[in-house]
Write a new protein. Structure first.
Length: 434
């Protein structure tokens, strides 16, 4: 920090990087009023200098040599928006070694190597902020760390992947075909470069690992997140869910009961009266329940150039304020609670089951017998003719039951001769008190 100017090295000038430059340049006066210092993008790292860009930068700013940023004594803060694990991790660690503060939007890196990066930052007295890594423009990480610091969070449920929410919304509202909508989401720039990360839930799982760590103060790793995507959700599942009063969403669920934690990402039936059911399109939302505050919900754009860049630049403002106060590296709190994960017996919720059965006497009795043997009771039952009336489709919503019992029920159903197929099994949230 020289001459009342903070110099920033921006790594990446794609969707988010471009937004960062636009906000830093366009909001300069406001940023200066808030921090008392002017913020200058001094160097920008790209891969291809020949690429046509939608904004003009001063001569000599753009480089393909990362050392021009992390080894540059003029630069105070590195903003990393190149994405991926390497070389982003290497550049960030080198920058920290050189005493530079870090702002990143990289959920993959923070979910997998966050502990290592944060520990190096603490050692070097540097800030590392990563607000944009979860739910883009929604300031959810700051809300968890600061807003809920006086409370104990018991549950977080998030629609934290815009691509899959866009797909589920289009399938539910327009009866659109899964493959067609995925192509649309890719063309609109919502999806990851490999959309498997979106549709199989991996992107959401990384974000839930970050939310779990900050919300529950435990060292949550990606392997702790039980993850299932939306690629097997059918139009029929969505239609039946709707008939019973539910929407299907790819939901991240992090829950703490009596000190035991579960974190998952899975297609979930959300009752239409729950606020998450009406979060549509590419929007994200995070529902947070605290012991003292009760229910809260945060809603907004989870991706896109300017929404994501607002989160990045807000982190930058915090770094600059800390620099002025001389308190960099002092705000992060390492996880201080022991991580105790629930077993399948301790994970309890309502479930939706869709079965194809022979349309003959006694089948329903066999089904209810197996459910009763596993202590599972029913909230709703729907039966429809299937396959020209030769078979029936039975749709069940259970009351609260353990995941262990539900899986045992599914196994026994699969062994019954009269049950042709267990088509789907989903978790259910909302619609009834526990
Ligand atoms: P883009 O692919 O649009 O941009 C990546 C930028 O990084 C490009 O400018 C590219 O250079 C540069 N780059 C990539 N690899 C290298 C490398 N090895 N060396 C130097 N430069 C490199 O990505 P996004 O802007 O979409 O995403 C950036 C980060 O933000 C990711 O971590 C992403 O997960 C996260 N994020 C993105 C959101 C979004 O809405 N897009 C939302 C929330 C988080 P060049 O231009 O020359 O190709
Ligand atoms: N692919 C991600 C999504 C981008 O669809 O939400 C934002 O992290």
């Amino acid at each position: 920090m020289k001459n009342s100017k903070v110099k920033v090295g921006l790594m990446g000038l794609g969707t988010v990087g471009t937004g960062v430059v636009r906000i830093v340049q366009g909001h300069q006066e406001d940023l200066q009023k808030q921090t008392g210092l002017s913020i200058e993008i001094a160097k920008v790292l790209v891969q291809n200098v020949e690429k046509t860009r939608s904004l003009k930068l001063a001569e000599g700013i753009v480089t393909t040599d990362a050392a021009d940023l992390f080894d540059n004594p003029e630069i105070d803060v590195i903003v990393e928006v190149i994405g991926g694990i390497q070389p982003a991790k290497e550049y960030i660690l080198k920058a920290l070694d050189n005493g530079k503060h870090i702002v990143t939007a990289n959920k993959d890196l923070m979910a997998l190597h966050g502990a290592e990066i944060l520990s190096k930052a603490q050692e070097r007295g540097c800030d590392v902020f990563y607000e944009a890594s979860v739910a883009g423009g929604i300031p959810i990480l700051r809300a968890l760390v600061e807003g809920f610091s006086s409370d104990r969070i018991t549950k977080m449920m998030g629609i934290v992947n815009g691509t899959t929410n866009y797909i589920m919304t289009k399938m539910s509202q327009e009866g659109a075909d899964y493959t067609e909508v995925l192509k649309e989401a890719q063309a609109l720039g919502y999806a990851e470069s490999d959309p498997t990360a979106d549709v199989e839930g991996h992107d959401a799982a990384r974000k839930m690992a970050i939310l779990g760590t900050l919300g529950f103060h435990v060292d949550m790793s990606l392997e702790d997140v039980d993850c299932k995507g939306i690629s097997k959700v059918s139009a029929e599942d969505i239609a039946y869910a709707k008939k019973l009063g539910y929407e299907i969403k790819l939901l991240g669920i992090a829950q703490r009961d009596d000190g035991l934690i579960e974190v998952s990402v899975q297609p979930t039936l959300v009752h239409h009266t729950h606020p998450l059911a009406s979060v549509n399109g590419v929007f994200n939302a995070v529902y947070v329940h605290g012991e003292a505050v009760g229910e809260t919900m945060f809603y907004g754009p989870g991706a896109g150039e300017l929404p994501t860049a607002t989160a990045v630049v807000s982190d930058l403002v915090t770094v600059v304020k800390n620099m002025k106060l001389g308190v960099n590296g002092r705000s992060s709190v390492a996880p201080y609670r022991e991580k105790r994960l629930k077993s399948d017996e301790q994970i309890v919720s309502k479930y939706f089951l869709r079965l194809i059965v022979d349309d003959k006497r006694g089948v329903l009795a066999q089904i209810t017998r197996i459910l009763a043997e596993h202590d599972v009771s029913l909230e709703q039952v729907l039966q429809q003719p299937y396959n020209g009336g030769t078979q029936s489709e039975i749709i069940l919503i259970t009351h609260h039951a353990s995941r262990k019992n539900l899986f045992a029920v599914r196994e026994q159903f699969a062994e019954l001769e009269s049950i042709f197929e267990v088509k789907s099994l989903y978790r259910v949230e909302g619609g009834e008190e526990k």
